[in-house]
Structures are given as structure tokens and as C-alpha cells.
Design a protein around this ligand. Structure first.
Ligand SMILES: Cc1ncc(C[n+]2csc(CCOP(=O)(O)OP(=O)(O)O)c2C)c(N)n1
Ligand SMILES: [Mg+2]
Length: 787
């Protein structure tokens, strides 16, 4: 027991924890009840909430938050236990009644914990099951990273990264990808506490699963702590006849156990007697018990047993080995639908809530009072005020602060003018130059951390890695280099390395980018994470990318190569949807430069934008298409805003060609011919349909609010005649550009592959998918003729 806590005589920590548990169960249930029954409902839609899922995990969260966790620890809470987390923060004085009463309402507490919308007390957002759990492992890896690089005070206590997981989350494949990657990186200080209620949304889980989980985790180097029976049941098992009783419960199928729990003590008695009625010893245990006491005994699982939970957690704090706790629980514990298989979204009726209120000794009108109905309110208050976890980390609560890293106005870059090269090669060269860590870029260089799912070499990260090394907690030699075997890659691994190697699991890339991209908040250390991936395989990790953006993680994603321009590679490597994804993804600014001068501007911008409070993550879509690099001076602001004129149109011009990315050469060739017939025509380079669209929407909003505003695309297109023709082209689905026609009512011909690609050379593929110079010219003719 923690002797330091001010507990009154005759009252110990466990009493206080039990009171807190009771309060949390009440508050979480009431929050959901209030949202569904007591607020006006304007649209007739069920508001929802998960009282059973909350009840299932209340004791676990009580033990963790009020006894075990320390301020530096970071926690991902299963999404549908959000109300318990809000109630915890309320008891700790960090959540308001208004927010709780506003659960699931616009501006109120979010349905599922959200860093961005709920604020500084939420360490990790959750919602898409499985991802929050896995994120803890990557956050722990990043803790090792910032410590190994000397970015934090070595004396500062290490954080434990804890996921409070639903058992159905273990069905998500990304969990196992993360386990494997975590094993490779020898992660530590991770706990996954599984609320093992053996129920998901639809059903009760097969019994045989349990053994599988244990084995899987052990194989990955984890410690497995099975928390099955509470102290009361353990004591009963020690009595004569106890072994038979234990054998019976052990063998009891999950579905029968759930059903008996729902039915209660009499049903338990009947079932036990039916199987073991002849055993005098068993009868000696159960006969003297009331139905209620028997029901309580049989449902005394360790996941609801504060002594068992605190004991196990405390023991585990002695080691940094990753540990999974399989805590047996009952979904809906303590509520009328405990154990019922349909209880996932089940809710107490008004009558049931009234009875529950009486049971909790809460007076009507005092439902939100922090200590209402508790036998020892002063004692509980004193206890809560001494909770170790509750120490604020900064004036912003749990959110740390990190200074921004200065970004030079111009990044060091190789001379590209006149060279024939691709944006992918340009990216590799610029990063490699930064990797020299000289002059103005010294600090920037130190804060960049790169990562890639087994495509570091093929996305041109190699030269950077040669300079900066591969990160590993342990120093590992480069056998090839030591053996003097020729290789372009000189990759020893050591704690100073700045590239994190990942296996081919794109979800892991995005989870790691997510964790690294929150390092300023979580570790108080500003990092500039850069992840590379083949552009089509962004799709493979898209939910985790979405998740990283939802948390407002800051990183630079480089998708390369992309589109049908990776021609012979063909097949499923050609994704046309990524430019559209870049437009629709919130908190991700997406760009596609055609030339390396644009790329350099955009990389500089990205490192700055990632660090701004109003900024976001950045996505660069690059290509292996080799283009002769132009000699010119660009207006950086235009490139960043999303478009610049390569050949401005004559005032009142009737047509312009707009291109994006790798098809620049085709557009230029078509333009040269067009300009012979239509001398005033314009050629527009689009570097970001995403920024253009966002800017257009913002200007519309401003104008609706009565302000004067002109977006960048409106400004760019202004010289054209009203109703002028626009021909746009990109190596991606043309929907990314089709909206441009709406800006000034232009007739638009939007070109781009809208079918699955295939192998071929660029000439054949551009012709087949109608993005070559001839197709662009045809579209110009069509647009001008107006047919
Ligand atoms: C990726 C994803 N798929 C589906 C859902 C919908 N969903 C929410 S909770 C849930 C089941 C959760 O079961 P479990 O994790 O065992 O939690 P419990 O409520 O039993 O504690 C599902 C399928 C989701 N949130 N995320
Ligand atoms: Mg479950």
C-alpha cells in the first residue's frame, strides 16, 4: 500500500479506490443517460454511448489512474470508455460539468477521447479500434529515440505507455503488425491492459482464443499477466471443494458464463448444483450463501477486483518489459444488463436509472456532485487530491511544450538547373545536403527523423541514411562494411542514428509518423519526422494516416513514385486516387511539384508548416519521371499557395492549360503548339489542388461573413476571359481538378487516368490514358469549339 497517501484511520487506499470506482460508474452511466434521455433531441437520432463498455473497465481505470499511473505516463483509452475518462478528469478537477452534460453534443465532450477536441488531458485520441493500442508501442519507441539522442534530461522519469484496450481490438491485424515491429525495436515501458469481457459488439468470443493470445504475446517477448479471478473467488478455491468449483468455472463456456451473470445468483446455484450437486464440499461452499452473495462470488473476476488489480499492476511496475494484462471482466458489471450479449449499445431505461440512482444514494438534482452518495466524502476528496497521476506537467496540464526549430529561408540544395532529374531524386539530394548538418541547417538536421516501410533505398533516402545512420537502442555493426564488401548503403545501427527502419507494414509507418509527430506534446521535444512510402501504398495505411491527422500529428509524408508514370512497374502500383485523397484529408497539406525548384520551396515550407500551431502535416507526391530542370526564378508564395503561371495568359485570354506534376513535359509540348494558334493562352503549373481548394473555400466563407477576400486560384484565373476554356492534366484522377471549372465558370476539360493502369512505357501509357501532348491538344480543340 502507498503509505504516503493521506488516508484516515480505519480507512485504507482500497476503500478509497472502491469509492472512486463507484463514483466513476455512476458518472459515466449518468453522462450517457443524460445525453440520451434528458436533453432535447431535435433530430430524433439516438445519441448513443456505451454504458456496458464503461462499466466493464471502470475498476481497471480506477486502479490505474488513482494509484498506479504517474504524471509522465501516457494512456490510450478504448474509444467507448470515453465517458469514464471524462469522469476521471472531472474528479481530478480537469473537466467541467458543462462538458460532461454535453457528451456527444456539438462543442461538448466527444463520444470518443479526442486530443484535438477534448483538449490537453487526452494523451491519445482513439476511435478506430486497434490503432490507439498500437500507437502506444510506437510512442514508446519515440521516447527511447528522444532519450537516446539526448533531447531530454536523462534524470527525468521514463513514461510508461499504456493502452486500455477492448478485447475485440485484438482482432485488428494492425495490433500484430505493431507487436512484430515492437519486438524488432525491443520496445519497453508499454502496457496493454485488455478489458477481457469476451464480448465485442455483436457477440461473445470463442473460448479457444485466450490461449492464442497468451502464446502470441509471449512469442513477441511480452510478459503476459492473466488476471482471471478476484480475491474472493481465489479464497473460495482454497476451501475444501474449491478445486472442483474452480475446475467448473474454468470450463464454463464464455457464453454460458455471460448468460448466468445476466440471470443472477439463483441461476448460478441451479447450474452449479446441476453439475456438482453431489459434491458435499461444493455444497458446503455455496449452500450457506444467499443468491446475491453467490452471484457476487461467481462474478468476482480480477478485472473488477481492486486488490487483485493494484497488486498485479504494482508488481509489473518493477520491470520495463512490455506487459499485457488479460483482465477478465464482465461487460456491464454492476448494471442491470451485465453479461447480456446484446448489451454493447444497451442503455438503462429511465426506471432502471432511477433504481440505480437510489442504489448509488444520489439525490435527484445532485447527479453531478462530485462526492454525492459517498460514505466518506472528505476522505475521498483528500485521497483524490493526493493522486500521483494528477500532478500537472505544465500550465497546460498534460501537454508539454517544445521550442520550434529554425528553418532557413532556403535549404541547401544541389545545383539542379539544366540537369535532367526527377523530383524523387531531387528529394534525396536535398535531404542528403541537409544531412551534412552544416551552418544554418545544423539544428534542423538533428531534428529530422526519417522512417520508411522497407522502401528507404527505392525512395532515395539512402544518401541521407549514409550520413545520419540507422537508429537502434543497441549498437549493431554493418557486417558488409566491416567485411569491406562493396555496397552503396553504409548502415550501422546505433542510438545516434536518425532513420528508423520498418518492415513492410504501411500502417506501422503512419502510426510511427503519428507518434513521432506528437513528440513536441508528449516528450516536449520537437522532431521533424519524414516518412517515405510508394505513393499507391498510402492506401494500405490510409486509416492510420487518417488517424495520425485526426490527432494533429505533424510530419512530412513523401509518396513516391506515383501514378501511371511509374510505367513498367504497372499493375497495382499505380494509384490514381492519391491526389484526391490529398484534397479531402483534413490536417494534411498536399503538394505535387513537377520540378526540383518547386520541391525545394515546398520542403522548406513543410518543415516550417509542420511546426506552426495553425499548420499541419504535409504530403509531397513525387515521381521518378526525369525532366529537364528549368532555369527560372519562382515566386515561393505562389508555389506554396498551389499554383503559378509558367506563361501568364494575355488579359482576356480564352484558354489556358493547367498541369500538375510529372506530366509537365506533355503540357509544355501541347502548350507550345497551342500558343502558335492562340497567342494569348496561358500555362498554369498547379503544385497543390489541395491548397487551392482550401483557399477557395476559405475565401467563400470570408465573403459570406461580409469580408473582402480573393483566393489564390481566383487571383490566378482572373486574367482569363469569363467562361474561358481550361484544360487540366495530372497523373491522377481528374476529379482532383474538375472543380476548377467552378471557380470562374470556365468550361473545363479535366484529363487524368480514371481507370486501373497497366504495365507499359510512358509513351504508351500516357497515350492510352489520354494524358499525352496529343490528348491535351485534342482537349484544347474540344474546349475551344465548345462541342
Ligand atoms: C476500426 C473499427 N471498426 C469498427 C468499430 C465499431 N466498434 C466500436 S466498439 C466495437 C467492438 C468493441 O468490442 P471490445 O473492443 O471488446 O470492447 P467492449 O465494448 O467489449 O469493451 C466495434 C466493432 C470501430 N470503432 N472501429
Ligand atoms: Mg469486449
Amino acid at each position: 500500500m502507498n503509505d504516503m497517501r493521506p488516508i484516515e484511520p480505519g480507512w485504507d487506499t482500497l476503500d478509497a479506490l472502491a469509492a472512486v470506482e463507484r463514483k466513476l460508474l455512476w458518472l459515466a452511466s449518468w453522462m450517457i443517460h443524460n445525453a440520451n434521455h434528458l436533453r432535447p433531441n431535435r433530430d430524433g437520432l439516438k445519441v448513443g454511448g456505451h454504458q456496458a463498455s464503461c462499466a466493464s473497465v471502470t475498476a481497471i481505470m480506477t486502479a490505474l489512474y488513482f494509484e498506479i499511473l504517474r504524471p509522465q505516463d501516457r494512456v490510450a483509452v478504448k474509444p467507448h470508455a470515453g465517458p469514464v475518462l471524462h469522469a476521471i478528469n472531472y474528479l481530478l478537477g480537469r473537466q467541467s460539468v458543462e462538458q460532461m452534460a454535453g457528451l456527444r453534443r456539438f462543442g461538448g465532450a466527444q463520444a470518443y477521447p479526442s486530443r484535438v477536441k477534448d483538449g490537453a488531458e487526452i494523451d491519445f485520441s482513439t476511435g478506430s479500434v486497434g490503432l490507439g493500442v498500437a500507437l502506444t508501442s510506437f510512442a514508446s519507441l519515440m521516447q527511447d529515440y528522444v532519450r537516446a539522442h539526448g533531447f531530454v534530461d536523462p534524470a527525468a522519469p521514463r513514461a510508461r505507455h499504456v493502452a486500455i484496450a477492448g478485447d475485440a481490438e485484438l482482432d485488428e491485424g494492425n495490433i500484430y503488425e505493431a507487436l512484430l515491429e515492437g519486438w524488432k525495436h525491443d520496445v519497453r515501458d508499454v502496457w496493454w491492459v485488455v478489458d477481457y469481457n469476451r464480448q465485442s459488439l455483436d457477440s461473445v468470443m470463442p473460448d479457444r482464443l485466450f490461449g492464442r493470445f497468451e502464446g502470441l504475446f509471449r512469442d513477441m517477448g511480452w510478459k503476459v499477466v492473466s488476471l482471471k479471478y478476484g480475491k474472493q473467488l481465489q479464497a473460495a478455491f482454497r476451501l475444501p471443494g474449491g478445486a472442483s468449483l474452480r475446475g467448473w468455472v474454468d470450463e464454463c463456456p464464455n457464453s454460458t458464463y455471460s448468460a448466468l451473470t445476466f440471470q443472477g445468483g439463483a441461476a448460478w446455484r441451479q447450474a452449479i448444483l446441476a453439475d456438482m450437486g453431489k459434491s458435499r464440499a461444493v455444497r458446503a461452499i455455496i449452500d450457506p450463501m444467499s443468491d446475491e452473495a453467490l452471484g457476487a462470488l461467481m462474478t468476482n473476476l480480477a478485472g473488477h477486483d481492486l486488490p487483485a488489480l493494484t497488486e498485479a499492476f504494482r508488481a509489473a511496475t518493477l520491470s520495463d518489459q512490455p506487459t499485457v494484462f488479460l483482465a477478465y471482466t464482465i461487460k456491464g458489471m454492476g448494471l442491470p444488463f451485465a453479461g447480456h450479449k446484446d448489451n454493447h449499445a444497451g442503455m438503462m431505461t429511465v426506471e432502471q436509472m432511477d433504481a440505480f440512482r437510489t442504489q448509488m444514494k444520489v439525490r435527484p438534482g445532485h447527479e453531478w456532485d462530485r462526492f454525492e452518495g459517498l460514505d466518506n466524502p472528505k476522505g475521498v476528496e483528500g485521497f483524490i487530491n493526493s493522486v500521483p497521476y494528477a500532478v500537472k506537467l505544465t500550465q497546460h496540464g498534460r501537454r508539454l511544450e517544445a521550442a520550434t526549430i529554425p528553418v532557413p529561408e532556403k535549404l541547401p540544395q544541389p545545383r539542379v538547373t539544366g540537369r535532367r532529374m526527377s523530383t524523387q531524386a531531387g528529394f534525396g539530394e536535398i535531404l542528403s545536403e541537409i544531412g551534412r548538418a552544416q551552418g544554418e541547417t545544423a539544428e534542423l538536421s538533428k531534428r529530422i527523423v526519417t522512417m520508411s516501410p522497407d522502401v528507404a533505398v527505392s525512395t532515395n533516402l539512402g544518401p541521407w541514411i549514409n550520413r545520419r545512420g540507422v537508429f537502434d537502442r543497441h549498437t549493431r555493426d554493418d557486417v558488409f562494411r566491416d567485411g569491406k564488401l562493396a555496397s552503396a548503403q553504409r548502415w550501422g545501427m546505433n542510438p545516434e542514428g536518425q532513420h528508423i527502419e520498418l518492415g513492410i507494414a504501411e500502417q506501422n509507418l503512419f502510426l510511427l509518423l503519428g507518434a513521432a509527430g506528437l513528440s513536441h506534446d508528449l516528450n516536449g521535444v520537437r522532431l521533424l519526422p519524414v516518412g517515405t512510402v510508394y505513393d499507391p501504398f498510402v492506401n494500405r495505411g490510409h486509416d492510420a494516416l487518417f488517424y495520425a491527422c485526426y490527432q494533429d500529428a505533424r510530419f512530412l509524408l513523401v509518396g513516391t513514385p506515383s501514378g501511371i508514370t511509374l510505367a513498367p512497374e504497372g499493375g497495382q502500383h499505380q494509384a490514381t486516387n492519391t491526389p484526391a485523397l490529398g484534397i479531402v484529408q483534413d490536417r494534411l497539406a498536399s503538394f505535387e511539384p513537377a520540378y526540383c525548384d518547386e520541391l525545394a520551396i515546398l520542403m522548406t515550407h513543410a518543415f516550417d508548416w509542420m511546426q506552426r500551431p495553425e499548420g499541419s502535416a504535409v504530403w509531397l507526391r513525387l515521381s521518378t519521371q526525369v525532366l529537364k530542370q528549368p532555369e527560372r526564378t519562382l515566386n515561393a508564395a505562389d508555389v506554396i499557395a498551389g499554383a503559378h503561371w509558367v506563361r501568364p495568359p494575355a488579359p482576356g485570354a480564352g484558354i489556358a492549360i493547367a498541369y500538375q506534376g510529372a506530366v509537365a513535359g506533355e503540357a509544355e509540348a501541347a502548350f507550345a503548339l497551342l500558343a502558335e494558334d492562340v497567342p494569348g493562352a496561358g500555362l498554369l503549373a498547379i503544385t497543390s489542388p489541395d491548397r487551392l481548394y482550401a483557399g477557395w473555400r476559405a475565401a467563400q466563407r470570408q465573403r459570406r461573413a461580409g469580408e473582402k477576400a480573393q483566393s489564390h486560384i481566383e487571383k490566378m484565373l482572373a486574367p482569363l476571359a469569363p467562361g474561358a476554356a481550361l484544360v487540366s492534366v495530372l497523373d491522377g484522377h481528374p476529379a482532383a481538378h474538375a472543380w476548377l471549372g467552378g471557380v470562374r465558370g470556365s468550361r473545363i476539360m479535366a484529363l487524368g487516368p480514371d481507370r486501373f493502369g497497366q504495365s507499359g512505357d510512358i509513351t504508351d501509357l500516357y497515350r492510352e490514358y489520354e494524358i499525352d501532348a496529343a490528348a491535351i491538344l485534342d482537349a484544347c480543340a474540344e474546349a475551344l469549339l465548345g462541342t
